[in-house]
Design a protein. Structure first.
Length: 425
């Protein structure tokens, strides 16, 4: 099963993966990097995962950082140390030897390049993700396997750093980075990570052949996909279901179910068009009640009403089999709730998003208004426990997205999840 973020990220994928992980053998991350932020509440404590798969809190579950992920070794080791501090067994964590490494020049160039765009800046998390993927596709990237050979790593690093330092000094006027310092630092990381670096695609392929259950974990949302998102205000990798196979090394036919995770409203971090964004008290209330601040960056998320236009686009793009709606409880205190069902662009009515960000920014949302239920859903444990008006709202989302609803979240805790049907992986 692949778990897909179906909006602009921050949909609640971490909670869904954490809950389903107790029923699987493997959880594998297949794209993105340390710019991801999956927040999980476990045992009354809150954990933020950036690279380690969200299933690591479940004893016996094997966790994999796949070949499609770009790995910041320093950040990963810090995350691992925080898990060791609470006695999590990290012998279950494997990192693909084909995963690319985020290097110090990637962090620096990410910041310098975005700052140089001025008013047109993307608003990246400045975690080096974009420059690392650029090097991957330019065929000058350094992979985890390269770190394990000290001499080979030094030769590759020397070649790449010569080029990067020219950019850093001549284009941006910054001091050059030191070959010796980077080499020594990253050799140290490699020695600490060596026990975890493996041929993970072979591991996952064997597991699939043996009938083991595998949960594939995406990072950012589908609307940030480099091909199908609001380009250029997107992430640097493919976030849709098709990349779950290439980013993990599994054949596409092994993915037998795709679950799309949506919030009951919509949020976005960073720049780029968002037709249903709210700038009024309703937007303030969504931010305040939903605690809408980025797990990775701490930045305030932009909030808006549920957008079924982009929602349906994502559903069809990913071939979603089922639907999870998260944070329904955030809407408990709204007298009126709106759903965007179409856009108005000049004299046209659109039921699918246009390709260009300028056109999308010019779209005016066409709303349906639904009465709010004005009572807490936080203690609901079954579908029947939900207020009738909440059930009507959810059924309307199900109808607009054209996929069956299987899960509703009414709070951050594990017990605050309603399953409408079995989600056996």
């Amino acid at each position: 099963m692949a778990i897909i973020g179906a909006q602009w990220g921050d949909e609640g994928k971490g909670k869904v993966i954490d809950e389903l992980a107790s029923h699987v053998d493997f959880v594998a991350r297949y794209q993105g990097g340390g710019n991801a932020g999956h927040r999980v509440v476990h045992g009354g404590e809150e954990f933020a995962f950036h690279l380690v798969p969200s299933g690591i809190l479940h004893p016996g579950v094997q966790c994999v950082i796949g070949n499609g992920v770009v790995v910041d070794p320093k950040g990963l080791l810090a995350e691992m140390e925080s898990l060791r501090a609470i006695d999590v067994d990290l012998s279950r964590l494997s990192i693909s030897d084909r995963a690319h490494v985020v290097m110090p020049y990637h962090f620096l160039l990410d910041r310098l390049e975005d700052e140089s765009r001025g008013m047109e800046k993307i608003g990246t998390a400045q975690r080096g993700i974009g420059p690392a993927y650029v090097d991957k596709y330019s065929r000058v990237g350094i992979r985890m396997a390269d770190l394990l050979d000290v001499d080979q790593f030094r030769a590759k690093l020397a070649s790449v750093l010569e080029q990067k330092n020219r950019m850093i000094t001549q284009i941006y006027g910054q001091p050059p980075l030191s070959l010796e310092e980077i080499h020594t630092e990253y050799v140290g990381y490699a020695q600490r990570l060596r026990p975890h670096i493996n041929d993970t695609q072979e591991m996952l392929q064997q597991a699939a052949a043996q009938g083991k259950s595998i949960l594939l974990e995406g990072a950012q949302g589908s609307l940030l996909d480099v091909d199908f998102g609001t380009y250029p205000f997107v992430t640097s990798s493919s976030t849709v279901a098709g990349s779950a196979a290439t980013g993990s090394g599994l054949p596409p036919r092994s993915i037998d179910h795709v679950l799309g995770v949506y919030k009951a409203y919509i949020t976005r971090v960073g720049n780029g068009p968002m037709p249903t964004e709210l700038f009024d008290e309703d937007g303030e209330q969504l931010t305040r009640v939903g605690h809408e601040f980025g797990t990775t960056t701490g930045r305030r998320r932009r909030c808006g009403w549920f957008d079924a236009v982009v929602g349906r686009f994502v559903s069809r793009l990913n071939g979603l089999d089922s639907l999870a709606i998260m944070k329904l409880d955030v809407l408990d205190s709204f007298e009126t709730i709106k759903i965007c069902t179409a856009y108005r662009l000049s004299d046209r009515t659109l039921t699918a998003p246009p390709a260009t960000p300028d056109e999308l920014a010019a779209c005016e949302p066409i709303y349906e208004e639904w009465p709010g239920w004005m009572t807490s859903t936080a203690n609901a444990t079954t579908w029947q426990d939900l207020p009738d008006l909440a059930r009507r709202y959810l059924r309307r989302l199900e109808e607009l997205l054209e996929i069956p609803l299987v899960l509703v979240s009414v709070g951050a805790g594990r017990g605050q999840t309603i399953y409408l049907r079995d989600l056996a992986v």
